[in-house]
Every structure is written in C-alpha cells, then in structure tokens.
Design a protein around this ligand. Structure first.
Ligand SMILES: [Cu+2]
Length: 499
C-alpha cells in the first residue's frame, strides 16, 4: 500500500481497533476479493440474491394535506427486517418500513411540511434534503440532531424553477455512513408546473444502493478497508432488487432518473442495446438533450435520461471499469455487472411525441466576487495500536464547532476544488446548485461538455474542478466528500452564509 504524504500532526482521525486492523488483513488476503461479482461468481459463503424479478415501483409518500400547494407527511426512521436472500432475514434501517425510502413527489411552488420521527434505537439522526434549496435550519445539518424517540417537522417552500431529482438521507454527526448503508435513503422528485418532456415517456426513478450481506443475513460493520476506501458492497441493487426486469413494447422512449445512493460505489454505466440521451442532472433539466454512450454516476450524483428501446430483444444496463483509486488490495471488480434488464417485446409501442430540441433556459452566473480554494488530502499513520486515517480539506478535519469560511448571501463565488489525494472524491455542497466551469488534469484544462445544475461533482485524483455557486439564504452549510466514510473521517467543512 503506497501513500503520498504521511502527515501525522494534529489530525482529528479515527483510531482503528485491533479487530478492524485484523479484518483489514483478512480482506487483503489473496483469494478473498469480496468485490463486485455477477451471477455465478459469488464468493464462498456469500448470500445469493434472486435476480430477474419484475421491477417494483417504489412506494410513494402519500400527501396527507387537503390544501392545494401543501405537501404534508410523516417519515419514521427505525429498524425493520428485509428479505434480500432466500431464507435470510436482514435487520436494516428504513423510512416508513421501506428501503429505499418512499419516493416523495412534490411540485414547484409547493410548501413542504414533513415530520420526522426518529425511532432508531439509541442514535440521533436528521434528514438532509440533498440538493434542495431549503433554509439552513431545515436542512438536517449535524448541528441540529433529532434525538432518538423524538420528532421534528421540517418545513420549506419549493421555489419556481427548482424542479429536479433530489434525495433525502440522514446526516447525524459521525453516523451518516452507517445509517445510509443500513438502509436510510430515498428519492425526492420536484416536478415542474409545465414539463417539456412528453408525459408518454413516463418517469421511472431508479435508486442504486450497495448491499453487503453476511452469510447469516446481517449487514457487517465497516472494516478498515471500508473506512479507507468507502464501503463498497457485494451487490448493487436497483430500488432494492438485484438486476430487476422491466418489460416494454419496442419503440418505447422511457424517462429514467438514476440515483447513486451508495456510500462509495462509482457507477460507470452504459445501456447495451438502447441509446441514452441525457436530459438532466442533479438540479434538473439541461438546456438541450445530449446523446451519451455512457455516464459516470459517482456517489450522490443523479442523471435524468431518455432511453429509446428501438428493437425487440434485451437491453441491459451494465457497469464498465472505472479506476477511482483504491487503497490496499481487494479493489472491487466494478466492470461487467448487469444492474438492470429491459425486455423489449415484439409488440410495437403507441407512437409518442419527439423529445424537444430545447428543454429550458439556464441562467449563467456573472463574474465571481470571491474565489476560494479547497485542497483535499489523505493522511495515514501507523502506530502500536493500529492505523489512523485522516481525510482533510485545507489540512483540517471537520470540527462541528468551527466555521471554515464565511460567505455572503446572494454573492457569486468561484470554488476551486483541488484533489491532491490518491482517490477520487465526489464533492457536495448543501443548500444550492452550482455550475462546473472547468476541469484541470495535468496540463490539460477542459470545459464541461454541457452546462448543468449540480450539487455533487466528482473530483478525480490529481484533478482540479472549478465551479461557480451562490448561496441565497443565510446560515451554516456543509460541504464535503460524498464517500460517506470520508465525510465521517473528516473531509467536511462549514460555510457560514451571512445575510
Ligand atoms: Cu472522499
């Protein structure tokens, strides 16, 4: 295991126990590669999950309000059991008893009031509304924990123009990674009042999660390897199912929203046998559709796509290899997994309207008033009791009591994210959407292929990403790596936005 920059001084790091160190050694043994695998290649002792069942619709969070323009509901987080593999009960965490949590669908202009009931035994939690323009004190920051056994109501308005593919997940201090891999995450779709995408294309949300199942059906705790690299499981699930099947008539154009709700798995995806067109990203539609042979969906990112099923037969969504940097042995075999299968029948589809050439206008930011630089580094030290890892931004690990930067509401800022570490780090900012303006790798500077609203962008190892953003509301906002184990180990900061 080679590392650059062994810095030891003054890091708020995790001290790994003997047990975790031993676990890491076991993971590192040849032949113990527990990485991703497809049918027939299950490692010894691992649970086998059924494949090829019909894709289930996500359950929906029902609106309890009678008043137009109000979305009112309750989300209860607590323990339940799931049946992923035949004969095995798996204790998980769930929102309203399901994982992924129920799909929330509201409309631009709506008022949202969601009461969160934390029934997770002995643990505080929060609900973070990932990517959504909600007030800072309603955004489930780690500074605002909801104690076990208590309720709180999150209230916010969905402004005009905010339609997009958001999600929700816990964000309690030190426990986010675990609560998410145990099952807490769900999609929150904000629909526009007038949708340029033909209704005949449908709107299918696919939430990708990552499951590691022990032979007894339990979800193992994070190991040292997980803490270093982020937890990568043995099975990528789509809406909680392994390689589910959707049957469509040929000629179907289908709108999908892809969500990477895994802790740390990078999904480089292509649809074999069906052309993909990107129509939207994290924060909603693009200006115009963009044809794509493949997409890289890093942890926490979303894409909206139109997939055309033009000929009868089978179209499969599968993974391609992507090297995002891996510490130690046991890099998961990411390529060649079939995540989702579409059976395209001989029956022709009813004719559907074409995709419009223009989707919506997108404002461009003016010149930034402020420029900031965020440098990501990883550190590791060995001592008699184990190994200490640090994931730092500008040399510092997260401190909930420290404000890292002060910004002014309404002011455009240029943020330069510099990854000097050995792994890719998907960078996320709360409370707003940004536009990436530049990538720099080695001596090469490039512009993004299209303008897009994003709240999460992958910053590859050695890369610098420049983005423009503006926070419109005052209050503290988090920014962090969305490999949740890295966030837990310190790769997070607070920007205090002042009115
Ligand atoms: Cu990271």
């Amino acid at each position: 295991m080679h590392r650059r920059g062994f810095l030891a001084a003054g890091l708020a790091t995790v001290l790994v126990s003997q047990r975790a160190t031993a676990q890491m050694k076991m993971d590192d043994m040849p032949g113990m590669d527990m990485g991703g695998h497809d049918m027939g290649a299950a490692p010894q002792g691992a649970a086998v999950l059924p494949e090829g069942e019909a894709l289930r619709d996500l359950s929906r969070l029902a609106n309890e309000a009678d008043t137009p323009g109000l979305f009112k509901a309750k989300l209860t987080a607590g323990s339940t059991t799931a049946r992923f593999a035949e004969g095995l009960d798996t204790p998980i965490l769930a929102y309203n008893g399901t994982s992924p949590g129920p799909l929330i669908e509201a409309v631009e202009g709506d008022r949202v009031e969601i009461t969160f009931a934390n029934r997770i035994a002995d643990e505080a939690s929060t609900i973070h509304w990932h990517g959504m323009p909600v007030p800072a004190d309603q955004d489930g920051n780690p500074m605002d924990p909801v104690a076990t056994g208590t309720d709180r109501t999150y209230s916010f308005d969905l402004p005009e123009g905010s339609a997009g593919s958001y999600w929700y997940h816990p964000h309690p201090h030190g426990k986010t990674a675990e609560q998410v891999y145990r099952g807490l995450a769900g999609a929150f779709v904000v629909k526009p009042k007038a949708d340029p995408i033909p209704a005949a294309y449908g709107d299918t949300v696919l939430v990708f999660t990552d499951l590691r199942l022990a032979a007894d059906g339990t979800l193992p705790d994070n190991t040292m390897t997980d803490l270093m690299n982020g937890r990568v499981g043995d099975h990528v699930l789509v809406n909680g199912q392994k390689n589910p099947i959707l049957t469509v008539p040929f000629g179907t154009k289908r709108r999908f929203r892809f969500y990477n709700a895994t802790n740390a798995r990078f999904l480089r995806l292509s649809f074999d046998g069906a052309p993909m067109t990107i129509i939207g990203t994290d924060g909603g539609l693009l200006e115009a559709p963009v044809a794509a042979d493949e997409i890289l969906l890093s942890p926490a990112e979303r894409f909206e796509l139109i997939v055309s099923f033009e000929k009868p037969g089978t179209a499969t969504l599968s993974t391609l290899d992507y090297d995002r940097g891996w510490m130690g042995a046991g890099r998961p075999a990411d390529a060649g997994l079939t995540l989702f299968t579409v059976d395209v029948s001989e029956t022709p589809a009813e004719p559907v309207p074409p995709l419009p050439d223009r989707l919506r206008p997108m404002v461009q930011f003016g010149a930034p008033a402020v420029s900031r630089r965020f440098v990501f580094t990883e550190t590791m030290t060995m001592n008699a009791t184990g190994m200490e890892m640090g994931f730092l931004i500008n040399g510092a690990a997260f401190d909930m009591k420290r404000v890292d930067i002060v910004a002014k509401a309404g002011q455009v800022e240029l943020w330069e994210i510099v990854n000097k570490a050995d792994m890719d780090h998907p960078f996320h900012v709360h409370g707003t959407q940004f536009q990436v303006v530049e990538h720099e790798r080695g001596d090469e500077i490039s512009k993004p292929a299209y303008r897009a609203w994003k709240d999460t962008v992958n910053v590859a190892r050695g890369e610098t990403v420049r983005l423009l953003l503006r926070q419109d509301r005052p209050g503290p906002r988090m920014y962090h790596c969305h490999i949740l184990e890295h966030e837990q180990l310190g790769m997070m900061g607070i920007v205090d936005v002042q009115a």
